[in-house]
Each structure stands twice: as structure tokens, then as C-alpha cells.
Design a protein around this ligand. Structure first.
Ligand code: NAD
Ligand code: UDP
Length: 313
């Protein structure tokens, strides 16, 4: 049995990861400050003797004896990470320093949840891990993008300078149950709007693209990365290469919910990337032939059913 710390464990992705690690027979410590996460996401795990919940902010040091750390703490939705940009960058940078310090001290292996945002508005398409990105350092998204880029740098430096065992994954847009209905990201927004019969808010002309990954595929890739061969640290893209425009996504959601909602267009936010698609050859090679299994329609159906229950209760 391993003792594993999951920062941001009460969030959307973290809650699925805690459940998976617990089901595999590990002891799990879920650390969160509940900025965007919720106890509701992990309440079904509370009965387990092997599950512990800690209210803590990763910008402050935290000490515990663990074998592995998954560092997920950071708001991920543009609405939430732009609410307090200074806090967002502190969470990424100081959170990384504090968790890497802990890993160094107790000899734990540590995985960083990085993001496709490190590629910014990519001039290379689709994106391989070798692409250095096209990021505005002083825009509305910079607190998140640059914070995550700096965290990657810190991870590599602790690895090279102090021999800390690190793993870095770059997560592409992921969706699924346990997203907050007020999360503000596109999939949850469109589903909640469609279920409530409200207008579907398309930012810009809706021709910008994203590649959407269902959360189960992300969790599988994440755990495989933590357990990958010692010499492999990443960064590795974890995402679904099937790319859709926001208009296509909206129409799929309307179809699957039988909604009467209409599409309305709102201004495109500053620095909104035009396109996003991962190359996943490295993940396939290094993570035991990992590839996403859940396609958009199946994943959306499961997510719609989650929100339907949530909104009617
Ligand atoms: P989320 O907002 O649902 O979860 C983030 C969690 O971190 C929340 O529970 C929040 O309360 C917690 N948190 C925030 N600041 C904290 C702090 N200072 N101290 C302690 N806890 C804090 O978002 P998510 O989608 O679950 O994302 C999880 C991780 O994956 C994030 O690091 C995010 O950057 C990364 N990621 C997610 C996606 C995606 O599409 N879901 C894509 C790329 C990267
Ligand atoms: N978007 C949209 N309507 C919404 C929310 C988002 O059209 O209600 C668009 C947004 O402009 C972006 C894409 O959907 O082009 C993905 O946005 P999200 O906030 O989910 O994640 P991002 O990949 O931009 O971080």
C-alpha cells in the first residue's frame, strides 16, 4: 500500500483521481482549500479509513510522510483563475515550490498537472511536446499560462539539481461528472444552458477549436504516467486528438439534450487560443499504449446525465 497526497483533490479531476487511487488499495490524503473544489465531490470517499481530507492552501508549506504526490491544486477555468490572478500564479509557483520541497524531503515521487495552455495560442498545429509555445506574458490568461510554465521549470530544476523524481503531464481540455455547474468552462456551460433551456453562449464566431477528453481517459493516463519507467519524466501530452469547433460542440449538446436553447454570440475573450489539438505519440509509446477510449458523444451523454441529476435535485 502506498500513501499518496493529491493536492486539489476536491476539484473536478482530483476527485476522480482520489477515487481511483483509493480503489487501487492506496491510502489517499486529499488536500484542498475549496476555492473551486467541493466536499460534495469526495463525500462518497469519506467512509473509507484509507481516505483523509485536509483543508490547506498549497501556497503555504505542508509536511507529511508520503510515497507519491499528485500536484493538481490550481483553478483551471478562465473565469476562476482570472478572478484573483496574483493568487493563481502564487498557487502554481509557490505551490510547486512547497510540494517539490516536500517531495525532496521525504523522497516522494511527484507529478505535476500541467496544461496545454503552455502552448498558448499555438503557431504549430497540432502540438507536440517539443513545441515551446506562443504565450502572451502580460495578458488575462498569463497568470495561469505563465504560472504553469514556471511550475514546469521548477519541476525540471528540482529534478536536475536535487534528483527529485518528477513526472509532468500536459492536460488538454477535459470534461466530465463533478465539474461545478458554475465552472465557466465551455462543456459545462453549454450542458447547463441546454438543460435549463437558456441561450447557449458562443464566444466569438464559434469556429475556434478544442480537443475534448473525457475524465476517465485523463485519469488512466495520469496514473500510468506516475507509474512509468524511472528515466521518463515528460512532459507528455494527455488529451484526445479529435478536434471540434465550439459551434459543433454546441450543436452536439443541443441534439443530445433535445434542448430548445438558441445559440447567441458574445465577444471572444482576450488571447483566446484559436485551435488546440494534442499529438499523443509520446504518451502511446511511454504509457503502455495509452490512448483515449471515450469519444465525445459518449462522454457528453454521461456528463449530461450527471448535470441532469444535479440540477433536478
Ligand atoms: P478544479 O478547479 O475543479 O480543481 C482545482 C482544485 O484545486 C479545486 O479543488 C480547488 O479548490 C483547489 N485549489 C485551488 N487553489 C488551491 C490552493 N491554493 N491550495 C489548495 N487547493 C487549491 O480544476 P480541474 O479541472 O480539476 O483541474 C485540476 C488540475 O488539472 C489543475 O491544476 C489544472 O490546471 C489542471 N488541468 C485541468 C484541465 C482540464 O481541462 N480540466 C486542463 C489542463 C490542466
Ligand atoms: N467558450 C464559449 N462559450 C462559453 C465558454 C467558453 O464559446 O460559454 C469558448 C472559449 O472562448 C474557448 C473555448 O470555448 O474558445 C474553450 O473555453 P474554456 O474556458 O472551456 O477553456 P480554454 O481552453 O479556453 O481554457
Amino acid at each position: 500500500m502506498k500513501r499518496i497526497l493529491v493536492t486539489g483533490g476536491a476539484g473536478f479531476v482530483g476527485s476522480h483521481l482520489c477515487e481511483r487511487l483509493l480503489n487501487e488499495g492506496n491510502e489517499v490524503i486529499c488536500l484542498d482549500n475549496y476555492f473551486t473544489g467541493s466536499k460534495r465531490n469526495i463525500e462518497h470517499l469519506m467512509d473509507s479509513h484509507y481516505f483523509e481530507l485536509v483543508r490547506h492552501d498549497v501556497t503555504n508549506p505542508y509536511m507529511v510522510e508520503v510515497d507519491e504526490i499528485y500536484n493538481l491544486a490550481c483553478p483551471a477555468s478562465p473565469v476562476h483563475y482570472q478572478y484573483n490572478p496574483i493568487k493563481t500564479i502564487k498557487t502554481s509557483v509557490m505551490g510547486a515550490i512547497n510540494m517539490l520541497g516536500l517531495a525532496k524531503r521525504v523522497g516522494a515521487k511527484i507529478l505535476q498537472a500541467s496544461t496545454s495552455e503552455v502552448y498558448g495560442d499555438p503557431a504549430v498545429h497540432p502540438q507536440p511536446e517539443t513545441y515551446w509555445g506562443n504565450v502572451n506574458p502580460i495578458g488575462l490568461r498569463s497568470c495561469y499560462d505563465e504560472g504553469k510554465r514556471c511550475a514546469e521549470t521548477l519541476f525540471m530544476d528540482y529534478h536536475i539539481q536535487n534528483d527529485v523524481k518528477i513526472k509532468i503531464i500536459r492536460i488538454f481540455n477535459t470534461y466530465g461528472p463533478n465539474m461545478n455547474p458554475n465552472d465557466g468552462r465551455v462543456v459545462s456551460n453549454f450542458i447547463v444552458q441546454a438543460l435549463k433551456g437558456e441561450d447557449i453562449t458562443i464566444f466569438g464566431d464559434g469556429k475556434q477549436t478544442r480537443s475534448f477528453q473525457y475524465v476517465d481517459d485523463l485519469i488512466e493516463g495520469t496514473v500510468r504516467m506516475m507509474n512509468s519507467r524511472e528515466g521518463f519524466v515528460g512532459p507528455v501530452n494527455i488529451g484526445n486528438p479529435h478536434e471540434f469547433t465550439m459551434l459543433e460542440l454546441a450543436n452536439k449538446v443541443i441534439g443530445l439534450t433535445n434542448s430548445k436553447s438558441k445559440l447567441i454570440h458574445l465577444p471572444l475573450p482576450q488571447d483566446d487560443p484559436l485551435q488546440r489539438q494534442p499529438i499523443i505519440e509520446l504518451a502511446k509509446k511511454e504509457l503502455n499504449n495509452w490512448s483515449p477510449k471515450v469519444e465525445l458523444e459518449e462522454g457528453l451523454t454521461k456528463t449530461i446525465s450527471y448535470f441532469d441529476t444535479l440540477l433536478t435535485n
